[in-house]
Write a protein that binds this ligand. Structure first.
Ligand code: C2E
Ligand code: MG
Ligand code: MG
Length: 590
């Protein structure tokens, strides 16, 4: 019995010890948990982000120090978070809470109004407290003040849309605001495209610093002249754009164009002096829902381009015909590259006649381009483009060779003593080895220099007279004759004509045209030119003789040579061969 008792006492003692042990363990666990909770509370309390516990209706149950501070340091318990939200943010918040039914975590950008510190922008995260049975039991709200951050971001976006030199909006901003006006607006939108005419020259000759000062000054003038409600942009380089909106925007834009042209025709103050500039302006109108921003900018550009083509320092208003013109120009430019290889170029020849005898003394080679789509294109249309693109150099080479070969052929088959007049353009004349090229072509055709005459226009010769004299002297070494074409239109002075090593002068057709009409203003001019040439011992050719009247007057004035439809239009080699056989031989025989 005793032994049984002592056994159970030992058992009880064992259980007690076990209990004590368990108790100790529990106490330790509670202590550790409490300690951990306090640590977590410390983190919760001092976290840099605002953290709060909200009930499903958005009432604040618990908030850490940062949240209290962010929301103005007031008693938050029980108040609805929506109270602080400004503008659309209240509905954004309600929407975000609704989204918690589907997503465990929802982000939102909200704006709060806090007494004392004003409007703040918050980046928020909502994390749901969810149970399968009850659904949304509450949520944790994390908020971060991003007011400064967003301000800098907006500043950067703004900077990316500003031109740093003038402070005006740049091309990107222009594009966005046009897009906006044309998609959402209901009023016509007009762009005024302005480009300085001589900026590159100023920049190259006076330096970039002066160029920059000028651009800044021009930007200020544009802003000062533009009416209220319009916006000025700098597209880059020396291109500026003004956007005007309203029913009368086109008239307003036209008025602005006239004012700008006037103001910019006066010297511009660039800080340490004045500068002379001029500008060309294009205007185009866009209709919301019909015109795109890109199209409107392009139309403004096209109109500006047209203003430049009209002689600069003016303005023009876009119309569809301009676009057709520019497309045609592009087509010509493209096609011209292939014209030689594809045998689309051809030469026609017009006789030059000795007025006294009626004999054909020379021929002028005139270029034609048979375009596969546009048909026969006049040289007055494509030669300026060939000049600009540099294609005139290979084309001119072809003309030299082809026309000399033709002359060699005519001389050998018809046994005629005639010369070939060949037109040469400015760009071709300024190529370094032009004399070698002429010599080479002469050799190839088996001709001697005096059998060929090179024509250059008067305006071309006068552009840089010293250089022209030098180049013409180079050409002279090949023995070719030299003629000044279109004389009377290029403003040359007497003395400059004397400087040039030329043999012949061709009086421009515009003077001959009115001869024979009553009270012709040009009679005196033609008379003076002929006398002048006689004094300088230069031969004279009258261009564009169409009537017997004109011919007789010129004959009376002592003009030696003539060219024109009165005798013959330019014709191809085959027709010319027949013409020369019939016409000239009969005269020769007479
Ligand atoms: P241009 O050298 O002054 O040539 C005379 C122009 O007057 C030619 O026009 C000719 O067809 C035209 N013409 C001649 N007689 C009459 C007439 O009685 N009445 C009228 N209404 N017109 C007459 P085209 O062939 O159209 O050439 C125009 C201009 O193109 C030429 O003027 C010349 O400056 C340039 N050109 C022509 N071929 C070439 C070329 O191979 N090279 C270069 N660089 N220019 C060329
Ligand atoms: Mg000519
Ligand atoms: Mg001419």
């Amino acid at each position: 019995m005793l032994s049984a008792l002592s056994d159970s006492a030992g058992e009880i003692e064992g259980q007690r010890e076990e209990l004590v042990e368990t108790n100790n363990n529990l106490e330790r666990a509670v202590f550790e948990r409490t300690e951990r909770l306090e640590r977590l509370n410390g983190i919760f309390a001092h976290a840099l982000d605002g953290i709060g516990e909200l009930d499903p209706a958005g009432r604040i149950l618990n908030a850490n120090l940062t949240m209290v501070r962010l929301l103005g340091g007031e008693e938050l318990q029980g108040r609805s978070f929506v109270e602080w939200l400004a503008g659309n943010s209240a509905s954004d918040f309600v929407q975000a809470v609704g989204q918690l039914v589907y997503d465990a975590r929802v982000e939102a950008e909200l704006v709060i109004d806090v007494a004392g510190s004003g409007r703040r922008e918050l980046q928020c995260v909502l994390v749901r407290d969810w149970s399968e049975h009850q659904g949304l039991r509450g949520m944790h709200l994390f908020i971060k003040d991003v007011t400064e951050h967003r301000k800098i971001e907006r500043e950067m976006v703004h900077q990316a849309r500003r031109d740093s030199l003038t402070g005006l909006g740049n091309r990107r901003l222009l594009h966005d605001s046009l897009e906006n006006l044309l998609s959402k607006g209901d009023q016509p939108v007009v762009v005024l495209f302005m480009d300085l005419d001589n900026f590159k020259l100023i920049n190259d000759s006076r330096g970039h610093k002066v160029g920059d000062r000028l651009l800044r000054a021009v930007g200020e003038i544009m802003s000062a002249e533009s009416p209220l409600g319009s916006e000025v942009y700098r597209m880059g380089g020396d291109e500026f754009m003004v956007v005007l909106v309203g029913e009368n925007a086109l008239e307003t834009g036209e008025g602005l164009a006239i004012r700008l042209l006037d103001v910019l025709s006066q010297p511009v103050d660039v800080g340490d002096g004045f500068m002379f500039v001029s500008c060309s302006v294009g205007l185009a109108q866009g209709i919301p829902g019909k015109t795109s921003a890109i199209d409107l900018i392009r139309d403004g550009d096209t109109a500006m381009y047209q203003a430049k083509a009209n002689g600069k320092a003016g303005y023009s208003i876009y119309d569809d015909a301009m676009n057709a013109m520019i497309l045609e120009r592009l087509e010509i430019e493209e096609g011209l590259r292939f014209a030689i290889e594809h045998y689309q170029l051809l030469l026609v020849y017009q006789p030059i006649v000795e007025i006294g005898t009626g004999r054909v003394k020379g021929l002028e080679a005139l270029l034609r381009w048979v375009h596969p789509k546009l048909g026969m294109i006049s040289p007055t249309k494509f030669i300026p483009i060939a000049e600009e693109t540099g294609l005139i150099v290979p084309i001119g080479e072809w003309v030299l060779k082809e026309s000399m070969q033709a002359l060699a052929y005519l001389r050998s088959t018809l046994n005629l003593d005639i010369t070939m007049n060949i037109n040469m353009s400015q760009r071709q004349l300024s190529t370094p080895n032009v004399a070698d090229l002429v010599q080479h072509s002469l050799n190839e055709a088996g001709l001697s220099g005096p059998e060929v005459m090179i024509e250059i226009t008067e305006s071309m010769a006068m552009e840089d007279i010293d250089r022209t004299v030098w180049t013409l002297n180079e050409l002279k070494t090949t023995g070719v004759g030299l003629a000044i074409d279109d004389f009377g239109t290029g403003f040359s002075s007497l003395s400059s004509l004397q400087q040039l090593p030329i043999d012949k002068v061709k009086i421009d057709r515009s003077f001959i045209e009115s001869l024979g009409m009553l009270e012709s203003r040009h009679f005196g001019v033609v008379e003076a030119i002929i006398q002048l040439c006689r004094a300088l011992e230069l031969e004279v050719v009258a261009e564009g003789i169409e009537t017997l009247d004109q011919l007789e007057i010129l004959d009376g004035l002592g003009c030696e040579y003539g060219q024109g439809f009165y005798w013959a239009k330019p014709m191809n080699l085959r027709a010319l061969e027949a013409y020369l056989q019939e016409f000239d031989f009969s005269k020769n025989a007479a």
